[in-house]
Design a protein around this ligand. Structure first.
Ligand SMILES: Cc1ncc(COP(=O)(O)O)c(C=O)c1O
Length: 426
């Protein structure tokens, strides 16, 4: 037995399925999960001493790579001064100001500890602000695991249940959630215009879907959402938990030039620690207690260590040319693979440094298209990469991430391995 296998077997006795988030179990790829021991830059090392080039990056969180020295130093200094107070600190205001400065649609924001809390809070604010009950989400989009959003969600959930609705969620909890098809301008417009619009508190969308693999919005889709929600008096919420500070310094909203009413952030703003946020126009955000009547709270919200890590991360993202360099790194990896894919059924869908390699399809526009994915091929592919020291997300419809820490040598090595696997057939 390997050390990983022993640790996992022990964990299974005390943690359901041995993991604290289902996709970590490697169930979707039919393998024993890795037990990670450490990470540095673009590499992670498991407890058996195996090294992997990491393209998961803590699910998109680590845009600077693992244990980035300045983030480590900043957080160590904060820990020495105290790691949690449950009292207001200066650093949370600094990070909030930085986000407000970088994201023009956000005038005020509140920090929470997870993306799930951010989206859940966004819906509560929207309902409190508009006095309406219903919300619209898109099929295949994942916004965390709060009850009202756990319907027709992303890849981790669909592996669990084909209906994409978890057991334990009361029908009443999702009764006000309406699921519409992503990228279907006609269907969404006609739904909102046929007497439903005025009942909708908010439309929540991943502006670039990342949880059914990377699926870009088609031309005009986000613009239509902006137009129709404004017309209906509903709020438009961009869930930028993945895309925020990933695809551009201004997030997907900056990339596409659309101002939502509210935005949810997570992942990158915590710089490797648990932090997330919900932000938006001041008049909307001020419905939150203690000013307004919408209650929301958290012992660890705005945790100073997470705030330090987030602020240090954002400062590095602001350096001139950061996103251009990240784009070049990603192209170095992706372009040769795209060439190899010309001869076999498969495609890469990408925005900046996030992308997905889909097997068996030439395009994915929505959840329906995922039905044609060659899952067996993905499983063989994952295993072959794993054996060669390359770690990608362990499910077929997830986003891969390139970080600033990925070296040219390792990107070239990865591209060569993938191209030869594609050429030789997996
Ligand atoms: C777009 C999106 N929203 C919300 C969430 C939930 O975030 P968390 O896992 O921090 O609760 C995720 C998680 O991956 C996500 O991708």
């Amino acid at each position: 037995m390997t050390i990983s296998e022993m640790i996992f077997a022990d964990a299974c006795k005390v943690i359901p399925g041995g993991v604290n988030s289902p996709v970590r179990s490697f169930q979707a790829v039919g393998m024993q999960p890795m037990i990670v021991a450490s990470g540095s830059g673009d590499l992670i090392c498991d407890v058996d001493g195996r090294e992997f080039i990491d393209y998961c990056g803590s699910w998109g969180q680590l845009i600077l790579g693992h244990a980035e020295p300045r983030v480590v130093r900043a957080t160590q200094q904060q820990i020495e001064k105290g790691s949690s107070f449950g009292i207001a600190t200066k650093i949370e205001g600094e990070l909030a100001r930085k986000i407000v400065e970088l994201i023009p649609s956000v005038e005020k924001l509140r920090f929470v500890s997870s993306g799930t809390e951010a989206t859940m809070t966004a819906l509560r604010i929207a309902r409190g602000y508009t006095g309406r009950q219903k919300i619209v989400k898109f099929i295949g989009h994942y916004h965390g695991h709060s009850d009202s959003l756990l319907v027709q969600a992303g890849s981790g959930v669909s592996a669990l249940n084909v209906e994409a609705t978890s057991k334990g969620v009361n029908a009443s909890a999702i009764a006000d959630t309406i699921c519409l098809p992503f990228n279907d301008i006609g269907a969404v417009r006609s739904f909102l215009r046929s007497g439903n619009g005025e009942k909708i508190a908010a439309v929540i969308v991943e502006p670039i879907a990342g949880n059914m693999g990377v699926v870009l919005p088609e031309k005009g889709f986000l613009e239509m959402l902006r137009e129709e929600t404004a017309l209906a008096g509903a709020l438009l919420i961009f869930d930028e938990v993945i895309t925020g500070f990933r695809v551009a310094l201004g997030g997907a909203q900056g990339f596409f030039g659309i101002d939502p009413d509210m935005t949810c952030f997570g992942k990158i703003i915590g710089g490797g620690f648990p932090a997330a946020a919900v932000g938006g126009k001041a008049k909307i955000m001020d419905v939150l207690a203690p000013i307004g009547q919408v209650y929301q709270a958290g012992t660890l919200s705005g945790n100073p260590v997470a705030m330090c890590a987030g602020l240090e991360t954002l400062r590095q993202l602001e350096v001139e040319g950061f996103y251009q360099r990240l784009e070049e790194k990603t192209k170095r990896l992706v372009l040769p693979i795209e060439k190899a894919l010309e001869k076999i059924p498969g495609c890469i869908q990408r925005c900046g440094s996030m992308f997905t390699l889909f097997f068996g399809v030439k395009q994915v526009r929505n959840k329906e298209d995922l039905k044609s994915i060659d899952e067996a091929k993905f499983r063989r592919f994952f295993k072959a990469l794993f054996e060669r020291g390359i770690y990608i997300p362990p499910a077929s419809s997830e986003a891969w991430f390139v970080s600033a820490a990925h070296t040219d040598e390792r990107l070239d090595f990865t591209a060569n391995v993938i191209c030869s696997l594609l050429r030789d057939g997996i």
